[in-house]
Design a protein around this ligand. Structure first.
Ligand SMILES: Cc1cc2nc3c(=O)[nH]c(=O)nc-3n(C[C@H](O)[C@H](O)[C@H](O)COP(=O)(O)OP(=O)(O)OC[C@H]3O[C@@H](n4cnc5c(N)ncnc54)[C@H](O)[C@@H]3O)c2cc1C
Length: 626
């Protein structure tokens, strides 16, 4: 037997198969919560080059929540405008001309732009964060050169939350090893071994379209080479994506039906491009990377096995690259499951939380395929009426920016009992949007979403109006005292009071007339090693000395007289909108998604044993590592 052969079985809490976008994101969350996990990756090292490049505004927001957006924004190409080119329509066919141009991202959608940065760098940044969080700990990180061969689940043990019921066989340098894990993530891309091992298939297109992609240094007189463009010509269609750094440009070229990816040569792509750009010249000083790959629009038949093995990213959805969604949707799968797995393993939330991954992300994947099908069709076929494609492109802007995902009612998305009209521009089930506010303690004008870092905390964001008005002040004080007992009920003893549920206050008072002493204690609690007051939880929606007025209440659709409370998940999605007076509703919500403190006190024991199993002693806090 294999175990006898190698003499050991290796164990971890979560085994992640594949270190692509989805795997690295899930791993970063697990590192953040200090859960032992291993990523097995078949490559000899991190991705170095190529693949996807389009980064949605929403993805940049997520990078910001991990403290990594500055690097992304500094290095990336920012897409601000898109140009649409087509045939000039003249009989002699003089070639292409610019038909129209438009802004890339609708005003006000996000405080972050749509950018282009190669996937190797995007993954590398997140990998760096994962490694920073894991530094000095054993039992966490990527092991390269391992090919996952099979995954199985011992169905008889899945009811026991502590069981290492998943078995993974992996091979390195001709030697096989067996791993046991409580959970397995199939983040191993379009040809997923995990998926095949479970007997699941992909459903959808029966044929694949073939795409050529090349990152080149163009020698051209085409005027829009530094703008994102679509070109529809009689010789074929191209999508131009200017790359970071100022010189490199990516061309996506859809190849004729019947092409085979492995037969495509770089010279085929170059000669297609030359023809499409006519009458402009197109030569190639150098080619940095190129590839031809086949893509079908398909969805996996299942997304999980007994809620112990989960598929993510390309392992459960594949589609064309035209709308730049591949990396984004995949990393957001990892972003969705990572914090949930950690919460379950730390006994903060019941295992049923994991069902929401399947419900939420399978719907997102289905929406993606439907969108991509329409987008691909419009891109590849002749317009019925000139301007049809441009119209569709503009209409799809919210989707391509990453802002249409809306999670349905569940234990963590309370659409049913929310009072949506109290914050009419903040839809329950969608991501919490941003607006400028002033941080009260130091007068810094900042985006409110930036406060909601991906550090595992749930937020109760309280819009309390103007606390110089007696009724508003009273209402806030009442809410604060009940929040205090609510938070104590669920926070494990010995942890900071804001470590699981963090109250955030947004006032519509005059900045210069508000005093700290008027603000209830729960919004400036004593925390941390030095037992200091944390003053970074109170924000004012008022005119700033230098940065103007953010009008946050208007942007969120909150009437200062009525006020509102928003419960926001660790991944910035809105769980509930309700009134400041709805103390019972807020308590009921948390009672539904958390395990109460009586039980969470076990967390210390559990985490202690998880960590000592991973030789991970010396970590003080059970909740996410900052
Ligand atoms: C060649 C190529 C070019 C692409 N170009 C574009 C593009 O230009 N634009 C775009 O939007 N999308 C593109 N895509 C798609 C995009 O890259 C994916 O949508 C995205 O990377 C999916 O992320 P993921 O984490 O699910 O999977 P991946 O990024 O594919 O990561 C999967 C990881 O698992 C590893 N792995 C696979 N099998 C095993 C195994 N058995 N054992 C251990 N490790 C394993 C792989 O080495 C890889 O690191 C391209 C894909 C490919 C393959």
């Amino acid at each position: 037997m294999l175990i006898d052969k190698v003499g050991m079985v290796r164990r971890t809490e979560v085994l992640v198969c594949g270190s692509g976008s989805a795997g690295v994101f899930a791993g970063t969350w697990l590192a953040r919560y200090n859960i032992p996990f291993i990523i097995l990756e078949q490559r000899p090292g991190p991705m170095e080059i190529g693949q996807a490049d389009g980064v949605q505004c929403r993805t940049v927001e997520i990078y910001e929540s991990f403290g990594l957006s500055e690097e992304v924004l500094r290095e990336a190409y920012h897409i601000l405008e898109v140009c649409f080119w087509g045939d000039d329509g003249e009989e002699n066919g003089k070639g292409i001309e610019r038909k129209s141009r438009t802004m890339d991202t609708e005003n006000g959608l996000s405080h972050m732009p749509h950018v282009i940065l190669n996937q190797a760098r995007m993954n590398g940044l997140m990998l760096g964060e994962m490694e920073r969080l894991s530094r000095g700990r054993e039992g966490q990180g990527v092991e390269y050169g391992w090919v996952v061969k099979s995954v199985e689940v011992d169905e008889g043990k899945t009811k026991d939350p502590g069981a290492y019921c998943c078995k993974v066989v992996a091979e390195k340098d001709g030697e096989e090893e067996v791993w046991e894990a409580k959970y397995v993530l199939g983040c191993d891309g379009a040809h997923s071994t995990v998926r095949r091992s479970l007997g699941y298939t992909m459903r959808g297109d029966t044929t694949d379209t073939i795409w050529g992609v090349m990152d080149i240094y163009p020698l051209t007189n085409f005027p829009d080479i530094r703008r994102k463009c679509t070109i529809h010509s009689q010789s074929g269609n191209i999508l131009i994506i200017p790359r970071e750094g100022g010189s490199l440009t990516r061309f996506y070229i859809q190849l004729p039906v019947g092409s085979r990816a492995k037969d495509v040569k770089l010279t085929d792509l170059q000669s297609s491009a030359k023809k499409i750009f006519h009458p402009y010249t197109m030569d190639f000083a150098d080619t940095y990377w190129w590839s031809a790959y086949s893509i079908g629009q398909r969805l996996a038949t299942e997304y999980h096995k007994d809620y112990r093995v989960f598929l993510t990213g390309d392992a459960c959805h594949t589609h064309s690259p035209k709308a730049g969604q591949g990396m984004n949707v995949s990393l957001q799968d990892g972003y969705n499951i990572g914090w949930k797995l950690a919460s379950v393993l730390l006994h903060i939330a019941p295992p049923s939380l994991l069902r929401t991954y399947v419900v939420e992300r399978s719907k997102t994947a289905a929406d993606l395929i439907a969108f991509d099908r329409e987008f691909a069709h419009k891109f590849s076929t002749k317009e019925e009426k000139e301007g049809d494609f441009v119209h569709f492109f503009v209409k799809s802007g919210r989707y391509t920016a990453g802002f249409t995902a809306q999670y349905e009612d569940s234990e963590i998305t309370d659409v049913g009992t929310s009072t949506q009209e109290l914050a009419s521009a903040c839809t329950v089930g969608m991501r919490f949007p941003s607006a400028q506010v002033i941080r009260f303690c130091d007068c810094k004008a900042m985006q409110l979403q930036r406060v909601l870092q991906s550090n595992g905390k749930w937020r109760v964001v309280v819009f309390a109006g103007d606390i110089r008005t007696w009724s508003h002040k009273q209402r806030l004080e009442k809410l604060a005292s009940s929040l205090d007992s609510l938070v104590q009920r669920f926070t494990p003893s010995g942890e900071d009071i804001d470590s699981l549920i963090e109250p955030i206050l947004v006032l519509r008072s005059r900045f210069l007339e508000t005093e700290q002493a008027e603000i209830p204690d729960i919004f400036w609690p004593v925390t941390g090693k030095w037992r200091m007051r944390d003053l970074h939880k109170v924000y004012i929606d008022d005119k700033h000395y230098n940065s103007g007025h953010g009008y946050a209440y208007e942007k969120y659709g909150v009437d200062p007289q009525a006020g509102a409370v928003m419960i926001v998940r660790p991944d910035q999605y809105i769980s509930k909108v309700t009134a400041l007076e709805d103390l019972d509703g807020i308590t009921r919500f948390f009672a539904r998604c958390f395990i109460e403190r009586g039980n969470t006190d076990e967390v210390h024991d559990r985490v202690g044993s998880i960590r000592s199993a991973a030789h991970n002693e010396g970590v003080a806090s059970i909740l996410p590592v900052r």
